[in-house]
Design a protein around this ligand. Structure first.
Ligand code: ZN
Length: 249
């Protein structure tokens, strides 16, 4: 079954890949939405849904920033894994035309992916809610890790460009993601159970345009019955993929 998938991948004219939290759990990053994930239990008496909602953040950003020390601002503790690295290689060789992720851990970029469509935004950029001045992750992370709350020189609140509750997803990236899904002749879902939007809609958009679908996820997904290939073990699939690519190199 793997060989057939590999042949389809290398023959595809417009292969598109979507990655979810499962890709990053291989790097040791906890799945935000898993039963033992960070969303399931309150943090210092606050619900994580509240910490990550815009109105709550605007009232007092210090709670988000002290929570996020352990989740969003210590990303240098984690390394890209074989999935991130192999996807970057597939992009560089032109086999994979487009990479879409809902992860906000920057690991695709660190693995060398030349272009990543980030539908839940990215902490690589921050901006001031008052004067819109842009700052980078590298400028903000040390401040947060010191236990301080970053503040703009104008006095405004600085917010990471990740999508919070009560906030629209980044429209440019979302539009690009749907364009790519609709152009795809092969759409690959990695490490996502397709339970949150827009994750679920992207492969459906591809399927409606006649794309072949491959899903690699440990748990069942609602699209399993429509996909041509379903694998459970991400690491196993990517070890094989990486071997095949190195043979060809
Ligand atoms: Zn400002």
């Amino acid at each position: 079954m793997f060989d057939k998938f590999y042949d389809a991948l290398t023959a595809a004219k417009h292969a598109v890949c979507f990655t979810g939290a499962g890709v990053s759990t291989l790097s040791g990053i906890k799945d935000f939405r898993s039963p033992d994930g960070v969303y399931s239990k309150p943090w210092q008496g606050y619900r994580v849904e509240d910490i990550l909602s815009l109105s709550f953040f605007e009232r007092d950003p210090s709670i988000f920033y002290s929570w996020a020390r352990d989740f969003c601002y210590c990303l240098d503790r984690f390394e890209p894994n074989i999935v991130h690295k192999t996807l970057a290689e597939l992009q560089k060789r032109g086999i994979l035309k487009s990479l879409i992720t809902q992860n906000i851990d920057l690991l695709h970029t660190r693995a060398g992916s030349p272009d990543v469509i980030e539908v839940h935004g990215s902490p690589a950029r921050h901006h001031c809610l008052k004067c819109r001045k842009v700052t980078t992750y590298d400028e903000i992370a040390p401040i947060v890790m010191r236990g301080e709350v970053p503040k703009c020189e104008c006095g405004g609140i600085i917010k990471p460009d990740i999508s919070f509750y009560e906030e629209q997803l980044v429209p440019d990236d979302l539009n690009r993601a749907f364009d790519e899904a609709q152009r795809a002749d092969l759409f690959i879902v990695l490490g996502s159970s397709l339970t949150v939007q827009p994750a679920a809609s992207l492969p459906i958009a591809a399927l409606q345009r006649g794309a072949r679908i491959c899903i690699v996820n440990a748990q069942p997904t609602m699209l399993d019955q429509f996909c041509e290939w379903k694998f459970n073990d991400l690491k196993d699939v990517f070890e094989k993929l990486s071997l095949k690519l190195n043979e060809k190199a």
